[in-house]
Design a protein. Structure first.
Length: 167
């Protein structure tokens, strides 16, 4: 989640962030988050749809998992980070080979693994689901966004909101 690293305020001791960067940042990200949350305080994972799909078998840990993990899923139907590359102007091949939209029904996927799922439709709903966090189980809070609109917003605004290290 490159955006989190970009916006994170240095020195914020209230939250302990972990970043999984593997070969492409998605390798085993769900399994890593479950490992961090197991027998710990309730935790939150922020991830995209492709990263979560890359490690869905991590949900098989649902039965022996002790603790709580809320997964905030940004579902933009593809690899949003790739919208920032020059190749995004060329379709084909961009949509098929770079964005790789999957059109997955995450509610159905979560039901397959016995994981709670809820689609978030407004910020107040998200705030209510994050405060307080449950103490047990795994749940997915899915936020659907428009990949191209997100990329356009980043291009126009990213520099305005970057975390500035305090001296």
């Amino acid at each position: 989640m490159r955006d989190v690293e970009f916006f994170w305020s240095p020195g914020d001791s209230r939250v302990q962030p972990y970043f999984n960067r593997g070969a492409n940042g998605i390798d085993g990200s769900l399994s890593t988050a479950l490992g961090i949350a197991h027998h710990q305080q309730p935790s939150v994972m922020l991830t995209g749809d492709l990263a979560l799909l890359h490690d869905t078998n991590g949900f098989l840990l649902n039965q022996p998992f002790v603790g709580h993990l809320t997964i905030v899923l940004i579902n933009n139907n593809g690899g949003g980070i790739f919208e920032m590359l020059a190749i995004a102007q060329f379709d084909p091949p961009f949509e098929t080979f770079f964005a790789t939209p999957q059109s997955i029904d995450f509610a159905q996927l979560c039901a397959t693994y016995g994981v709670e799922h809820e689609r978030i439709t407004h910020w107040d709903q998200l705030q209510q689901r994050l405060n307080p966090l449950p103490t047990s189980g795994i749940r997915v809070l899915e936020i659907c966004t428009d990949r191209k609109a997100d990329a356009h917003w980043r291009q126009n605004n990213l520099g305005k909101f970057a975390a500035i290290p305090s001296n």
